[in-house]
Design a protein. Structure first.
Lengths: 461, 105
């Protein structure tokens, strides 16, 4: 099924089910990329075929940016298996009744600019050697440039005994978050355990935010005294970066949230109400909120040379070009670049990916560079939030963002950060996904803004 | 960074005792680091993991995580914890003379 966003005003056939013979002939011509892109354009169809797998944050913003940048020079197809785009930061709020499940879902294809094709299909595999994507219905799509934006998937089945049920929940999926809302409403006391099964996970601060919000809600309901709240993590502290870990650890302690660190979960025993680590330590629970293991989607292991052993895509951390072939790029959670799996990362990568795809199509050197910039609002409850900002080389530090003198306080709780976090959802749909720049928020990391103001943060620790 | 003498060789280590130059490593150094960390004898299974870690590190520039080791080293996770108590990836890296795994971010 192909849905063309807006008017199909170019009169071109969508790249779709062509015959095997045509495909082989095209493959034979596809030696060098930039030459190939030009060579395959006959019949007056002078458009580069760009196929984007995944219509989430990364796929959508890259499609829209490329569409604006390349106009009629590109024929862009976005492939996804469903048409439900979830605003993932909103999942955190669903269990607490602070957001409705349907409020955070919109149509994927409606977020795409006019002229971009949206194809509803399951990917069977990518054959990078043939410049083709095979779909589950047996058809295939040829591309000049492929963008992998299929994110990370939850793999609870990787952990023995981890099955969603009465006492075992997650908020990392829409169904999970909705079910957890019911479980939390019914929870009147006992041991509430939040467990990160293994890293990497999407938004590594979300489990902490969940703890902070649970603490807040339990206090509001007069139940906090009756609840033991524990965060169980494989990390050696609250977060992956030292100073942020220290600050967040202090905040958890202040709120009487216990941290059980260096706990690698090997088994979930729902009947006995306990999780057991590989080295046979146990944490008992009455209600478990598990963040399951993440990996790449199922087509990745079926695609020769595309992914690593966890299904993530080996990708150059600066250019975002994939190791499998020079005409394949990756953005967002799918890529194995050494930074957080987070929407802000995907947003900041967008500029480099689109620039490099354009340069690649023109046969130029890839000069677009992603610096590892990430920032995260961390909800701390009581209408406050804390903001952290970092890149590949610089850990989160106190200061202000985006400017040292006018901006949001970093590494400190404030109402302003909470308001900014809430204000972000409309920006996500109307500015970030359309591929526009958020005023004042550039892709590049600016450490000076942080260091300039380290004495004025009113820290929380 | 500082230097220490292990098995008669002077090597560069970081604050936590991980070698900073994998080329300064040898099997005697491995045995000494293992002993310091409560592993009296390195068996063939230990060596399978250590060699795999070194190979991966030298090839890719980063050490595999525990989950990756469980999937690719031929030694299941449960056994990795039995061989290298507490943190298999960290301890095997230390014994194997490669930098501390960056961990996940």
């Amino acid at each position: 099924m192909i849905i063309t966003a807006g008017r199909a005003d170019r009169g071109l056939e969508a790249p779709g089910a062509c015959s095997r013979q045509e495909n082989s002939a095209a493959t034979a011509r596809l030696g060098h990329l930039s030459r190939a892109a030009a060579d395959t354009q006959d019949d007056g169809a002078m458009a580069h075929r760009i196929v984007i797998l995944g219509g989430g944050t990364g796929g959508t913003l890259v499609a829209n940016r490329l569409s604006r940048l390349l106009g009629l020079d590109a024929r862009i197809t976005v492939v996804d298996r469903d048409d439900r785009h979830i605003y993932q930061p909103g999942l955190l709020f669903v269990p607490f009744g602070l957001a409705g499940a349907e409020e955070i879902v919109r149509s994927r294809h409606e977020q795409l600019r006019d002229g971009i094709d949206f194809r509803l299909a399951e990917v069977e595999r990518v054959e990078a050697g043939e410049n083709s994507v095979y779909l589950a219905d047996g058809s295939f799509i040829e591309y000049d440039v492929l963008v992998i934006a299929t994110g990370a998937v939850l793999q609870p089945e990787e952990t023995e005994g981890l099955r969603w049920g009465e006492s075992v929940h997650t908020f990392y999926s829409l169904d999970g978050a909705r079910a957890l809302r019911g479980a939390l409403a019914a929870f009147k006391g006992g041991r509430l355990v939040v467990n990160i099964v293994d890293m990497p996970i999407k938004c590594p601060v979300a489990p902490l935010e969940f703890c902070f919000l649970a603490d807040w809600q339990l206090r509001e309901h007069g139940l906090r005294e009756d609840v033991e709240l524990t965060l169980v993590t494989p990390l050696d502290g609250a977060f992956t970066k030292p100073l942020a870990s220290e600050r967040l650890g202090a905040l958890l302690a202040k709120k009487q949230i216990t941290v059980q660190s260096e706990f690698a979960t090997g088994l979930v025993d729902a009947d006995a109400g306990r999780i057991v680590s590989w080295d046979e330590r146990e944490v008992p629970f009455d209600l478990l909120v598990a963040i399951p293991v993440h990996g790449g989607p199922g087509y990745v292991p079926r695609s020769p040379g595309l992914g690593d052993e966890l299904g993530f895509i080996p990708t150059d951390r600066r250019t975002l070009q994939c190791a499998v072939a020079p005409n394949v790029f990756s953005i967002g959670d799918a890529a194995n670049v050494p930074t957080s799996k987070a929407g802000s990362v995907t947003h900041f990568e967008g500029e480099a990916v689109t620039e490099n795809i354009q340069r690649f199509l023109e046969g130029d050197e890839l000069t677009g560079e992603y610096d590892g910039h990430a920032n995260c609002f961390i909800e701390t409850g009581f209408h406050k939030a804390l903001l952290i900002d970092f890149d590949y080389d610089t850990e989160p530090l106190p200061g202000r963002f985006p400017d040292a003198h006018v901006g949001l306080p970093l590494m400190a709780e404030s109402r302003l950060n909470h308001i900014a976090k809430l204000a972000f959802q409309p920006l996500y749909w109307h500015v970030l996904l359309p591929g526009r720049d958020i005023p004042g928020v550039g892709s590049e990391f600016h450490p000076a803004a942080q260091r300039a103001d380290t004495n004025a943060t009113g820290g929380t620790s | 960074m500082s230097t220490v003498t292990l098995a008669g060789s002077t090597v560069d280590v970081d604050a936590e005792g991980f070698l900073t130059d994998p080329m300064q490593w040898n099997e005697q150094i491995a045995a000494e680091i293992a002993a310091e960390n409560g592993i009296a004898e390195l068996t063939d299974r230990h060596w399978q993991v250590i060699s795999f870690m070194r190979e991966k590190y030298l090839e890719s520039g980063s050490a595999p995580s525990i989950r990756s080791l469980g999937k690719t080293s031929g030694v299941p996770i449960k056994e990795l914890y039995a061989l290298f108590p507490k943190g298999p990836a960290k301890l095997a890296a230390k014994i194997g003379g490669i930098p501390k795994p960056r961990g996940c971010i």
